[in-house]
Ligand binder design. Structure first.
Ligand code: AMP
Ligand code: MG
Length: 326
């Protein structure tokens, strides 16, 4: 079976084509890069509307298939920005109707976990999902994917991007801060906000910006933000693993590309006799392949959707998804 997946929850519109053995035949995307300020949902949606058709063609070309060869259309149903979700849902419905093949709406967070299981050796991992908008620790328990801990305010990637932006750096700020952090020398004092299993980042953002105004170097700031934020994430991930007696940790989301985060989580995993898995970078960020693969799994598990059931859900919770394919 061949599925095409359309991702479009936020800044990225992505198209992926995947087969039933999780071979990624194509995975292409385009990201909105606002000249200044943050992402405006409607501008991002307009961007997705412009890019989605060329990307569908490009994905089919790269995969070397005809659109007629497709068996399933999957799309990101939520959570995400309303205008973006509605745009890709409309594209997915039009494609499924014109090809006369089934359509399935996929939970974006579950897709990050499923693609990790698909392309790494992880079988039943705890996922540390760290992206722009989302930060969650997710694992499978009692028939569902459940959130064991999450951010109480903003996603860790959003914190990195906002800090960078306020300091005059372009979007996305995360990778730039990673480079700066390598030359950091001093660990500055920043709030370590872990509340039970949850984390919070807005206090750290405020504190880091205040230190910047007082003259702290960008290198020290980037280094300190990474050390403190990633230690918080590693702590709650470890607690989830201990609670579940789980020996696999999977990273997902754009921030999972960060070498220092990988190092810290790998160290935690080794110390407890567990293993860490990181999918290739293009499958960590928001991408269409993960949506296509999760759609295939759902279809295999007997999930079917009528068009009326493909309404988007901006607040689609990870634990609302009936997991029939595991
Ligand atoms: P996503 O929302 O999953 O598509 O990922 C985008 C987020 O990942 C943005 O907030 C980026 O700043 C962040 N990101 C990407 N690469 C890195 C990196 N190497 N270090 C830290 N953050 C990163
Ligand atoms: Mg994501």
């Amino acid at each position: 079976m061949l599925a095409i997946g359309i991702e479009g929850t936020a800044h990225t519109v992505g198209l992926g084509i995947v087969d039933g053995a999780c071979h990624v035949l194509a995975n292409v995307y385009d990201m909105v890069k606002p000249e200044k300020g943050g992402i405006h949902p409607r501008e991002a949606a307009n961007h997705h509307a412009e890019m989605v058709v060329p990307l569908i063609r490009k994905a089919a070309d790269i995969a070397g298939i005809d659109l007629q060869d497709l068996d399933l259309v999957a799309f990101s149903q939520g959570p995400g920005l309303g205008p973006c979700l509605r745009t890709v849902a409309t594209a997915a419905r039009a494609l499924a109707l014109s090809l006369d093949i089934p359509i399935l709406g996929v939970n974006h967070c579950v897709a990050h976990l499923e693609i990790g299981r698909g392309v790494t050796e992880a079988k039943d991992p705890v996922l540390l999902y760290v992206s722009g908008g989302n930060t969650q620790v997710i694992a499978f328990a009692r028939g569902r994917y459940r959130v064991f801990g999450e951010t109480l305010d903003i996603g860790v990637g959003n914190m990195l991007d906002k800090f960078a932006r306020e300091c005059g750096l372009p979007f996305p700020g995360g990778p730039i801060l990673e480079k700066l952090a390598r030359d950091g020398k001093r660990l500055l004092s920043l709030p370590y906000s872990v509340k039970g299993m949850d984390v919070a980042f807005s206090g750290m953002l405020t504190a880091a910006l205040a230190l910047q105004k007082q003259g702290a170097t960008m290198e020290d700031l980037a280094f300190s933000i990474q050390e403190v934020a990633f230690a918080m994430l590693t702590e709650v991930t470890e607690r989830a693993m201990a609670h579940l007696d789980n020996e696999e940790v999977l990273l997902g989301g754009g921030v999972a590309r960060n070498g220092r985060l990988q190092e810290m989580v790998a160290r935690m995993a080794t110390d407890r006799g567990a293993r860490m898995f990181v999918p290739p970078g293009d499958l960590c960020i928001d991408n269409g392949a993960m949506i296509a693969w999760t759609g295939l799994q759902m279809h295999r598990g007997g999930v079917r959707m009528k068009l009326a059931e493909t309404l988007v859900d901006q607040r689609y919770r990870t634990d609302e998804v009936p997991v029939t394919w595991r």
